[in-house]
Design a protein around this ligand. Structure first.
Ligand code: GTB
Length: 217
């Protein structure tokens, strides 16, 4: 059965692979699972057909027979647990990989989202310029900790796992900010992720749907 994922009809990033469907596409590409795509407009996302799939009116979602999932982390975990290639066979090693997925989503992504809010949602507020250095410092703190842990390793836990997939995709969004350049081992880590054939396939898949459309980021 070929799963169906929902993606933006027009991604606001204009095809840079930053929307959260990209991490799902990447996971599916890593495990060699073909998928179909259902595009949804911003308006359709807030209507009942989509709200039945995604309570909060967002993408991505994942449908596989009777199963409907939302939350990119939950979807990537489901894919990783049901195919080989994204989680180690050893139970403890798999738990470590899942820990990094949660770390990416729960510890590293929130300050990065704050930067997006500071730039795009709050950029015109009188206090925006004063707040920005605080927002960037909170990200730096997390990147410094991640950088210390990663050291000169290729991946977080030996071989590439779903934890790396999630971390790379979360951190990738920082490239326009210049913050990645302050941490060369993280910049290399992200580049290593992007150079994986499965990442390239996922990127190429989302590109024609989004390129040349109005964007930001
Ligand atoms: N926690 C959820 C998950 O991980 O699945 C969050 C899902 C989410 O925020 N989805 C966004 C969405 O549907 C798209 S990815 N937004 C529409 C809405 O909330 O109304 C977020 C995103 C948007 C734009 C860019 N960009 O332009 O670079 C990058 C990422």
């Amino acid at each position: 059965m070929v799963p169906i994922i929902t993606v933006f009809e027009r991604s606001p990033d204009g095809g840079k692979g930053l929307s959260r469907d990209m991490r799902v596409r990447w996971a599916l590409a890593e495990v060699g699972q073909p998928y179909d795509v259902r595009t949804v407009s911003f308006a359709a996302m807030k209507q009942s057909a989509h709200l039945k799939r995604q309570t909060f009116g967002q993408i991505p979602t994942y449908e596989e027979g009777d199963l409907v999932l939302f939350e990119s982390g939950s979807i990537v975990l489901h894919i990783a647990q049901n195919h080989s290639g994204l989680l180690p066979a050893d139970t403890n090693a798999a738990a470590r990989a899942i820990t990094w997925m949660f770390a990416a989503l729960n510890t590293v992504e929130p300050p990065i989202l704050e930067l997006q809010n500071a730039k795009f949602a709050e950029g015109d507020r009188p206090w925006a310029a004063e707040r920005m250095p605080l927002v960037r410092d909170r990200i730096r703190e997390r990147l410094a900790q991640l950088s210390d842990y990663l050291g000169d390793a290729d991946w977080l836990e030996g071989g590439f796992t779903a934890g790396d997939l999630m971390m790379v995709h979360v951190v990738l969004r920082l490239r326009p900010s210049g913050l990645l350049d302050e941490f060369p081992n993280i910049a290399s880590y992200v580049a290593r992720g992007e150079s994986r054939p499965a990442f390239r396939r996922a990127y190429e898949a989302q590109l024609p749907e989004n390129v040349s459309k109005p964007g930001r980021g």
